[in-house]
Design a protein around this ligand. Structure first.
Ligand SMILES: Nc1ncnc2c1ncn2[C@@H]1O[C@H](COP(=O)(O)OP(=O)(O)OP(=O)(O)O)[C@@H](O)[C@H]1O
Ligand SMILES: [Mg+2]
Length: 249
């Protein structure tokens, strides 16, 4: 299998507070890697480090490397990196504009202007985010009028519209009802054929439903990484077992 992202001894701090300790792991091409762990275990710090969103934080310091297709991401242009590695956040951050303009926002920023090509891009992204049927007659409606679940898939469509290779999700279903959650999960499974995904979730059942492998983080450390059928059933580490059986966290 191809290692799309390779993280080697990645350690980071905010001020002098250690947030991640020597994390070493790979994300395989076309897999969904789940990341679980209690609050403050470093999950968000970890995925934000994969597309350098922490760069904007002046108190952030790091050591170690993150390679994308074998190239050091911290030696790349951050904008170019974020086009290849997109992010979907916990709270859907729809822009106060139409559904169409939300999806076209990224491509326009990157210089795509022609109406026909933009139309195609918008449709393709909405189809991929399982939102086209619901939105095709509402493209000029304000995005803020959509339901939470629709807005979350709209954010996914916005990310897909710039045609990334990797998509990072930070608890994308935390504010969603079970039906919307199921739709997002179904969409992620369909996207696997084309994309590589990392899914931070505080929902252990979600990790076992959709991830190909799951990593368990605790206090900034990677405790264990394995396929769900082992991690959730016969974990090697006592700390993993305590967490997945609900004894803490
Ligand atoms: N911007 C920041 N400034 C200072 N400290 C931070 C910042 N972001 C995170 N931290 C600290 O880094 C550690 C890891 O936090 P992080 O947000 O990565 O955890 P998490 O596993 O995503 O938690 P949660 O489940 O609550 O989202 C915590 O001790 C947190 O307080
Ligand atoms: Mg977090």
């Amino acid at each position: 299998m191809v290692e799309k992202i390779k993280v080697e001894r990645f350690t980071c701090w905010y001020y002098d507070v250690l947030a991640l300790q020597a994390i070493t792991l790979a994300v395989h091409e076309h897999e969904i890697l789940g990341i679980i762990g209690p609050a403050n275990s470093g999950k968000t710090s970890f995925i934000r480090s994969l597309n350098r969103l922490n760069d904007l934080n002046l108190t952030f310091r790091k050591q170690g490397t993150v390679l994308l297709d074998g190239k050091d991401i911290y030696a790349m242009n951050p904008e170019a990196l974020r086009r290849r590695v997109g992010m979907v956040f916990a709270m859907p951050l729809s822009l106060p504009m139409s559904v169409y303009d939300n999806v076209a926002y990224g491509p326009r920023r990157h210089g795509r202007r022609g109406k026909k090509r933009l139309d195609e891009t918008v449709e393709k992204a909405l189809v991929a985010a399982s939102l086209w049927d619901e939105m095709k007659d509402r493209l000029s409606d304000s995005a803020l009028k959509l339901s939470g679940g629709q807005q979350q898939r709209l954010c996914l469509a916005r990310t897909l519209a710039v045609e990334p290779e990797v998509i990072l999700f930070d608890e994308p279903c935390s504010g969603l009802d079970p039906i919307s959650t199921a739709k997002v999960e179904e969409t992620m499974l369909e996207l696997k054929q084309k994309y590589t995904m990392v899914l931070v979730t505080n929902n252990i059942k979600q990790a076992s439903r959709v991830s190909d492998r799951t990593a368990f983080f605790l206090s900034g450390e990677l405790v264990e990484i394995d396929v769900p059928s082992r991690l959730f059933v016969t974990p090697r580490d006592k700390r993993t077992e305590d967490y997945v059986t609900g004894r803490f966290g």
